[in-house]
Design a binder for this molecule. Structure first.
Ligand code: 6PG
Length: 231
């Protein structure tokens, strides 16, 4: 067993409302002090209703939010599998956030090129900000039944990455490649918020929180880690 995750864990009655409020309150707090909120989004199905509610949250200045993606499938932005497409349908269009504030992972490119372009952009921004590693204010993460998070799947090469921030990752169990943030980039975030919804995931979440190294999510570290577990 590796180290137990040091995380705040709660089981909200209303998962979507609690998750939306948790994200919105952080955005508003940073904007109240004049800053730009750097938010990384997770894919899959869980966050869609949260993004829909966030899009119309009163008081958020979307001109001062920067969005990145913790992972992306190796497909174009119109593909039903695309995380960007899910985010566009649930958050981008409704919020009116300027497209220049959205760092899309170009899933239609060769995976290595897509990863390199995303990392290069982040490195440019980090340099301007005087950061050794790009610092997100908040990274949203999901968790799969196999304990993967972002596209850090059990037994895959990206789990071993200690230098790169964004990599293409061969996922044999899905017979595909994914593009994913790495542990170093995630660890640089001020906060990580896991959004895990569904009773079927509760036992796995407990194993991850206990630090079981079989599950990639258990190795996630950041300034602060919080879990919202619904269902
Ligand atoms: C993805 C996600 C992935 C997701 C989990 C949970 O691209 O699929 O980033 O890590 O968060 O697989 O997905 P669900 O929310 O659909 O259960």
């Amino acid at each position: 067993m590796s180290e137990k995750m040091n995380a705040a864990v709660s089981y909200p009655e209303d998962f979507v409302a609690t998750a939306t409020e948790a994200i919105a309150s952080r955005i508003l707090a940073k904007q109240a002090s004049g800053g730009v909120f750097r938010l990384s989004l997770c894919g899959g199905s869980t966050p869609a209703p949260v993004y829909r509610a966030l899009a119309t949250w009163s008081g958020i200045d979307w001109e001062r939010v920067m969005l990145t993606f913790g992972d992306e499938r190796t497909v174009g932005p119109e593909d039903p599998q695309s995380n960007y497409r899910m985010v566009k349908e649930n958050l981008l269009d409704a919020s009116g956030i300027p497209s220049t504030n959205v760092l899309r992972i170009l899933g239609e490119l060769k995976p290595d090129d897509a990863a390199t372009r995303c990392e290069t952009h982040l490195r440019k921004l980090a340099k301007i900000a005087g950061e050794s590693v790009f610092v997100h204010d908040l990274i949203l993460l999901g968790m799969g039944d196999d304990g993967h998070t972002a596209s850090l799947f059990p037994g895959t090469k990206a789990l071993l990455e200690t230098e790169r921030w964004v990599v293409a990752n061969e996922v044999p169990q899905l017979n595909t490649q994914r593009i994913t943030f790495t542990y170093p980039l995630i660890a640089a975030a001020k906060e990580v918020l896991f959004l895990v919804n569904g009773a079927a995931k509760h036992d796995r979440a407990k194993e991850v929180l206990a630090g079981d190294p079989a599950f990639p999510a258990s190795a996630i570290r950041a300034g602060r880690v919080e879990w919202l577990i619904g269902g």
